[in-house]
Design a protein around this ligand. Sequence first.
Ligand code: NDP
Ligand SMILES: O=CC(=O)O
Length: 293
Amino acid sequence: MEVGFLGLGIMGKAMASRLLKHGFRVTVWNRTRSKCQELVEQGASIGETPALVVKKCKYTIAMLSDPAAALSVVFEKDGVLEQISEGKGYIDMSTVDAETSSKISEAVLKKGGSFVEAPVSGSKKQAEDGQLIILSAGDKALYEVMVPVFDVLGKKSFFLGEVGKGARLKLVVNMIMGSMMNALSEGLCLADRSGLSLQTLLDVLDLGGCANPMFKLKGPAMIESKYPPAFPLKHQQKDMRLALSLGDEHAVSMPIAAASNEAFKKARSHELGDLDFSAVYEVVKGTASGHAA
Ligand SMILES: NC(=O)C1=CN([C@@H]2O[C@H](COP(=O)(O)OP(=O)(O)OC[C@H]3O[C@@H](n4cnc5c(N)ncnc54)[C@H](OP(=O)(O)O)[C@@H]3O)[C@@H](O)[C@H]2O)C=CC1
Ligand SMILES: O=CC(=O)O
């Protein structure tokens, strides 16, 4: 099976690479073309524009940073819409809001193509290991065609119904995750200031009822003030913002998410946006301005 892949950031690179390793023929495009090189060395072909990737491939996947990127790759010159047509499928795995996803879906359908949104839960390591959780919605027939692809990328794929349900579920999940990261940061800070061992705190958390893989993975690096980006903080803040907007729409009061969003925004203002989202700890500690990487 041949697939197109648009967007070779942290996630897209790992996902496209995994598809190549599992025998798919992959044609890649990335705004910054140099990022295609590593994939070419693994056997990928390059498409000069999103439109040319769609022209070549029956199915094209996108993994782009945010709503603005997802929309521009579809609607702008040389974009997906120029070549999408009957018999072709477009699968957007970026984390965006339901409105963005619906706009893309409507435009693709109008040209005769089919559309699935399929944001993922899981980060760089899970993408490399094919352990993502895939939250699909949209065209059921296209979803069925994509199952062999999703089986290589993920440990479980859900089909949730109409477009928007995958996008919304992903935002709810990441809203919870972002709030948890703030809670861990505050706990580490409080333990430190009150003379407790941070490693002991992590050990105790890991043995108890609120043990979770995220605290276990990120906690030790946070203690060392290390934040190599797996999930960039700027994307976590985007997800908090979009989740809060979903809360506005449904009049759901979310004070914990709102406070967490403020912490992520503050971290961005201290230029921590490209670090891992666990760098919000620097803001909670009050040491953000001195932290370079
Ligand atoms: N990292 C993670 O742990 C996870 C991320 N996600 C979501 O997946 C998506 C991708 O994340 P990730 O790979 O980490 O992000 P990166 O920031 O590493 O990559 C973003 C990608 O989007 C491209 N891009 C950005 N703006 C534009 C634009 N205007 N036009 C065309 N391309 C653009 C970038 O191109 P260029 O190289 O030129 O900058 C790059 O390919 C995001 O929606 C994120 O929220 C979901 C789960 C986990
Ligand atoms: O969106 C990020 C993740 O870890 O999931």
